[in-house]
Structures are given as C-alpha cells and as structure tokens.
Design a protein around this ligand. Structure first.
Ligand code: 1HA
Length: 270
C-alpha cells in the first residue's frame, strides 16, 4: 500500500494500491468509535477515492483486530448530537452513509472484531462485507438511548428480512460471523489472518470488470428504495452514456455553431 502525503488525517488512514483505496478508521483505543472529526475525514477520503480515476473499488476497515467500528464516540455525545472541537453537535455520520451508498464504485467493508451500533450501520451500507472469524455484529441503540431509523433499520430489513432486523434492533444481541453469514448480513467469513488477502482479491476481481456495468448496477440496487433520488442517480448514468453518442453531440455542436441541429441521420430504434 502507498499513502499519499498531501493530506494528513488525524483519525483515519488512507492507502492505495492496484486501483484499490483502503480507508481505515484509526482510533483503536475506543474500538474505532467515530467522532465528528473522524466522519469529516472519512467523507473527505471517500470523495478522494470517488474522484480518483485510478481507483476501481474501496475498502473500509478499522485499525487493529478488535474492531471495525463501535459507532458514535459516546464520550463526545452531547445534548443533541456528537460534539466537535468547536462545540457544534451533529449526526454527520448520516451524510457518510449516503455518500457510501451513492458513490459509483463498489465499497467493501473489511470487518475484524466488532461492528457495533453506528459502526454496524457503516458495514451495512457498504456494498459487500468480508468478515474475519472473530467479527461480531449488533445494534445497541435501545440500550444506549439511540436509534438509526433510516438506513440502519430500513436497509437492514431489506438485507436480512424484517423479522431478523427487528430482532437485532429490539434485543440488542451480538451475533458472530457465522450467524451473520447465515443471515445474509455478510458475503464471506475468512480466517483473521487471511482477511485482507481475501478482501483485496475480491476488489481485484471487481477491478477487472466493466466499470460502467458496476456503476450502473450499484445505482440500480438503490433506485427503487431511494425513490426519485435513486432514479436520478440511475438516470444520470443514462445521460452520461448519451453524452458520449454522436446524437447528443450533434445537439451541442449545433448550439455552439449557431445552426439548427440535424438529427435526421439518427435512427429511431424499435
Ligand atoms: O445510533 C447512532 C446514530 C443514530 C442516528 C444517527 C447517528 C448516529 C450515530 C451514532 C450512533 C451510535 O453509534 S449509538 C451506539 C454507540 N455504540 C455503542 O453503544 C457501542 C459501545 N461499545 C461497546 O459496546 C463495547 O465497547 C464493544 C462491544 C464495542 C467492545 O467491547 P470490549 O471489547 O469489551 O471493549 P470495551 O472495554 O468495552 O472498550 C474498550 C475501550 O473502548 C473502553 O475504553 P477504556 O475503558 O479503555 O477507556 C471503551 O469505553 C471504549 N469504547 C468502546 N466503544 C466506544 C468507546 N468509547 C466511546 N464510544 C464508543 N462507542
């Protein structure tokens, strides 16, 4: 892995190699709990990976072997959200969830240890999850006075079914990697020592495939649940592909050349 030196993060690490970006929450002393600063840095890093044309897929993970992420840092939980250094309180992880969901490249959660609370929702919004044998999954909201009634509930139900999703939220139990696999909550369970190897192999395999096909498919999986915003995302791909055609370029060229467009040579397909 190489680490670009132009941006220095406090709470996360950014690495890249072979068309793969690896974004690591680096707060192992709190089981990789996130504070607003962490989330801001994650948003920056995901934007960077999104815009980098060399990057085909993105890994999200946590530092160390004990946790992927334990959710919001309860030590900075204030009156109405999580407090940053300026005293502003927010729930900015929700912005990150939407970003991971909509950015047009596959995002793989690489989970060793705990994916708990808001950290569980983060793995959930990733496109794929590879779990180490020591991974443990669960929601804690009703125990710590919180809930994620957005993607945390709705996407969980869509992923593993309504009964199991309600069980996870209503009972706040923890589930091991094999139970998660049986529920369809993760894609694969591998020995801890092979976690990164396998995750990178999955990314390499995706990176060899058509980026446009993966891009449109990712949008397609969101389109129905996300309503007009989902259709917008899917339709943006149609517009981009249309821009690449001579038919669309005729419209632009005619405007720039101050002449009427001539679309007669473009056939109407059945
Ligand atoms: O629900 C939301 C949201 C909903 C809507 C919109 C936005 C949201 C944003 C966030 C969240 C949430 O994430 S709420 C859920 C918050 N997270 C939790 O309830 C999990 C809390 N942690 C644990 O249950 C456990 O620590 C653990 C199962 C992850 C690990 O247990 P373990 O291995 O026994 O370690 P433990 O001793 O508990 O933790 C190690 C250290 O990490 C402790 O600190 P130390 O005693 O060494 O000083 C512990 O306090 C710290 N730590 C762990 N998790 C957190 C944490 N510190 C702050 N915040 C944490 N989340």
């Amino acid at each position: 892995w190489e680490s670009p030196q132009d941006v220095q993060y406090q709470d996360i690490l950014y690495h890249r190699a072979e068309g793969i970006a690896k974004i690591t929450i680096n707060r192992p002393e709190v089981r990789n709990a996130f504070r607003p600063q962490t989330v801001r840095e994650l948003i920056h890093a995901f934007q960077r990976a999104h815009l980098d044309p060399e990057i085909g897929s993105i890994i999200l993970t946590g530092a160390g072997e004990l946790a992927f992420c334990s959710g919001g840092d309860q030590r900075v939980r204030g009156h109405e959200g999580y407090q940053d250094a300026q005293g502003v309180e927010s729930l900015n992880v929700l912005d990150l969830q939407r970003q991971i969901r909509t950015l047009p490249k596959p995002v793989v959660a690489m989970v060793a240890g705990y994916a708990i609370g808001g950290g569980h929702v983060l793995h959930l919004v990733c496109d794929l999850t590879i779990a180490a044998e020591n991974a443990r999954f669960g929601q804690t909201g009703p125990r710590v006075g919180s809930f994620d009634a957005g993607l945390g509930a709705g996407l969980l139900a869509r992923t593993i079914g309504l009964k199991k999703a309600k069980e996870i939220w209503f009972l706040c139990r923890q589930y091991d990697a094999q139970e998660a696999l049986a529920m369809g909550l993760v894609n694969a369970v591998v020995p801890l020592a092979e976690l990164e190897l396998v995750t990178v192999a999955w990314c390499r395999q995706m990176n060899r495939l058509s980026p446009t096909a993966l891009r449109v498919l990712k949008a397609a999986f969101n389109a129905d649940t996300d309503g007009l915003a989902g259709i917008q995302e899917l339709a943006g791909n149609a517009t981009a592909l249309f821009y690449m055609t001579e038919e669309a370029q005729e419209g632009r060229n005619a405007f720039l050349e101050r002449r009427p467009p001539d679309f007669r040579r473009f056939r109407r397909r059945p």
